[in-house]
Design a protein. Structure first.
Length: 142
């Protein structure tokens, strides 16, 4: 499954992420995912959490809504060095302007590696684009 909404974002592909469903991201750990200590880099799991949360919320947004990460708090519990890891995220609560989500990352052997909670902004896409254009910023076509 491609990134939600057909959005072209090169980072998930670069990291080897596979979107299995809204809120579910998988990666097979390779040498490029390991840090200098030879264990899974926290940056990989943090990115998985952000993309899984974003895709879970993206699936619930209206056509004229955009989303942006406000904050994510991650608890690193264990690590891995080989195999697949899967991040699963769910929307706990959303209203017109904000959402709160939670996520976990598990190893293929079932070990819980990461827990996380995140906050996202929900905004009107047209208003954000118009404001950026008034300020002279170039906006990519979404």
């Amino acid at each position: 499954m491609a990134a939600p909404g057909g959005i072209v974002d090169p980072l998930p592909e670069f990291l080897g992420f596979r979107f299995e469903a809204p809120g579910v991201v998988r990666v097979t750990i390779g040498p490029e995912h390991l840090n200098g200590a030879g264990i899974l880099s926290g940056a990989v799991t943090y990115s998985m959490v952000d993309y899984a949360m974003g895709s879970a919320l993206w699936a619930q947004r209206g056509e004229d809504e955009g989303i942006a990460t406000l904050s994510i708090s991650v608890n690193y519990l264990q690590t891995a060095i080989t195999g697949d890891i899967v991040c699963t995220a769910a929307v706990d609560r959303r209203n017109r302007t904000a959402a709160t989500l939670r996520a976990t990352v598990e190893a293929q052997d079932g070990r819980l590696l990461v827990t996380a909670i995140g906050s996202y902004s929900i905004f009107e896409r047209g208003r954000a684009r118009a404001r950026a254009q008034r300020q002279g910023a170039e906006m990519p076509e979404l």
